[in-house]
Every structure is written in structure tokens, then in C-alpha cells.
Design a protein around this ligand. Structure first.
Ligand SMILES: [Zn+2]
Length: 64
């Protein structure tokens, strides 16, 4: 496993669904437009942007 914490800022992403902090260490980079999955509730989230160290996300509705 590659430990690559050096390149990543100390970003925090709170799941809008379950309000838990998502483990971003699974993702080597976090960029707007990419899709991540909440490791707590499994919700698919689209990265909208950043507010300081907070990652803003939007729930992706997959159930169409
Ligand atoms: Zn969640």
C-alpha cells in the first residue's frame, strides 16, 4: 500500500446523508466533479467544491 498523505491537504468531508465524516484516505485526490462514496452509509456523493478544508458534496441520485 502506498502511504500518500503528504500530497493531500487536511480536508474534511461530512456526509450530507448520515452526517459522519467520510474517510478520504481512500482517495488519492479529491477534485470537484469526481464522485466518492460514503464509507458509512454507502451514499454516492459528487464533489461540488471546497470551503476551506471542508469538501462540499451533493448526493447523487442513482435510483432513477
Ligand atoms: Zn453517509
Amino acid at each position: 500500500m502506498i502511504q500518500d498523505n503528504m500530497k493531500k491537504p487536511n480536508m474534511l468531508c461530512v456526509c450530507p446523508e448520515c452526517k459522519n465524516v467520510i474517510d478520504l484516505s481512500r482517495y488519492p485526490t479529491i477534485t470537484p466533479g469526481m464522485v466518492i462514496e460514503c464509507n458509512h452509509c454507502g451514499m454516492t456523493l459528487l464533489i461540488k467544491g471546497f470551503d476551506g478544508d471542508n469538501v462540499k458534496t451533493e448526493i447523487v441520485d442513482e435510483g432513477k
